[in-house]
Write a protein that binds this ligand. Structure first.
Ligand SMILES: [Zn+2]
Length: 422
């Protein structure tokens, strides 16, 4: 027979849990550990943790699923008495082995949360023998717990606000990232003024005053709310968005040239142009040899498209370079765009002039676009994974778990309080 200390380690519970006995239920082929909270931790409200007088026996004995023991499923079984909390009324008492309202232990929850950020959905549900919707509920409570322990709105100085379409252009998430920690701080369904104000409500006026820089796309409604709620912040336009505008303008030109070629019966030429799409989109340093040849071919056969490409590349170079030299280069670029006689880029030049203050602020303050860009990419991946969750709120919890630094360490292993982002 193993001693109580060994059993505690095996079951992943701490000294606040008393293990009374462990047995194998032959009928269900599961291991059941009979447990109770140690006296000192008894009779606390499950919601606030404050001591409270006993109320009733609640639902009596109940089970909490914990990590499998070898090949067998394992449960902790205990009474689920209720206390009468002065604030929350009759509430199931706190237990040291599980979160309030959870049907799984901390060890189980944390393992699932770790797996969801490290492995495929199908592997997780098979390995842990749970439904995907259960994973959603677990992620929600792990993140809520993490956010209760570390106020995510403390110490914000340089933030990025972005709207991300997570479902082919018609559903938007409003997200806030912290440029200093690299973390996703907050997200909501719906890119609206009301939601952005709700974010600033959570930050509070005192802390909002300490925010120095806000990067965003060029949306006016974001600028309005930032001016209203973060009075000391300079608004910068994310370089990521500026480059995206240029890429869209280049694509307009390519499509136009391609249509002209098709209409005039030059089908072979049109086909080549279509194939050149990726060569035009990619950064030159990432081009394959084949794509490089395509680009050289464009330079030889279509001056207009090639000039559009150079305009896009030059703008990208400016955005990435930053600093005073970049400001001077932006001036030159605007002159070039105004004279280029390519309507899409003349228009882009006008758009950049209209948003010049925000774009220049971004060049001066050296905010990394990479964070916003990678967050956007990752959220789209997570959205595919979150498919099957009923509510978009689960997508947000999943995003915060992964990008907000709330992924817990595996049970029994130590890790920093806030996990580093991979
Ligand atoms: Zn309470």
């Amino acid at each position: 027979m193993l001693g109580a200390n060994v059993w505690r380690k095996v079951l992943g519970v701490d000294r606040a849990t008393v293990i009374e006995s462990v047995e194998v239920d032959r009928e269900s082929e599961t291991v059941v550990a009979h447990v109770r909270p140690r006296r000192a931790t008894k009779r606390r409200c499950g919601r606030c943790g404050r001591r409270a007088p006993g109320y009733d026996r609640g639902e009596g004995r109940r089970n909490w699923r914990t990590l499998d023991l070898g090949t067998l499923m394992c449960y902790l079984q205990a009474d689920s008495a209720r206390v009468n909390c002065p604030e929350h009324g009759p509430t199931v008492a706190q237990v040291p082995w599980a979160r309030h309202g959870a049907g799984h232990t901390y060890a189980f929850d944390d393992t699932v949360a770790w797996l969801v950020t490290h492995t495929a959905k199908s592997t997780l549900v098979e390995l842990m023998r749970i439904a995907w919707r259960t994973v959603g509920a677990i992620v929600d409570r792990v993140v809520a717990d993490g956010r209760a322990a570390h106020d995510p709105f403390d110490g914000l100085r340089r933030i990025g606000i972005d709207e991300i379409s997570y479902k082919k252009g018609h559903r938007y998430l409003l997200v806030v990232v912290d440029h200093d920690s690299g973390r996703l701080v907050w997200a909501a369904v719906g890119a609206t003024k009301v939601n952005l104000r709700a974010f600033f409500d959570l930050v509070g006026d005192e802390r909002a005053k300490l925010i120095k820089l806000v990067s965003a796309d060029a949306a006016e409604w974001i600028a309005d709310v930032v001016a209203e709620r973060a009075e000391n912040a300079t608004l910068c336009i994310d370089g990521f968005h500026t480059v995206a505008w240029a890429t869209a303008a280049l694509d307009d030109v390519r499509r136009e040239v391609w249509n002209e070629a098709r209409r005039s019966g030059m089908t072979g030429y049109a086909k080549e142009l279509k194939g050149a799409r990726y060569a035009l989109w990619k950064n030159p340093e990432n081009l394959t040899e084949h794509q490089e040849r395509r680009l050289n071919w464009i330079a030889a056969v279509n001056q207009k498209l090639y000039r559009a490409y150079l305009l896009k590349e030059q703008l990208r170079e400016i955005i990435n370079r930053k600093g005073r030299r970049a400001l001077a280069m932006l001036d030159e670029w605007l002159t070039w765009a105004a004279r280029c006689r390519i309507p899409a880029f003349v228009e882009l030049g006008r758009k950049i002039r209209r948003n010049r203050a925000g774009i220049e602020a971004a060049l001066r303050h050296d905010l990394s676009n990479a964070l916003v860009e990678s967050t956007n990419t990752k959220l789209r991946v997570l959205h595919r994974m979150a498919f099957g969750f009923k509510k978009p709120e689960h997508l947000i919890a999943l995003a915060l778990l992964d990008r907000g630094g709330y992924c817990p360490p595996l049970p029994g292993r130590s890790a920093p309080a806030l996990a580093a982002l991979g």
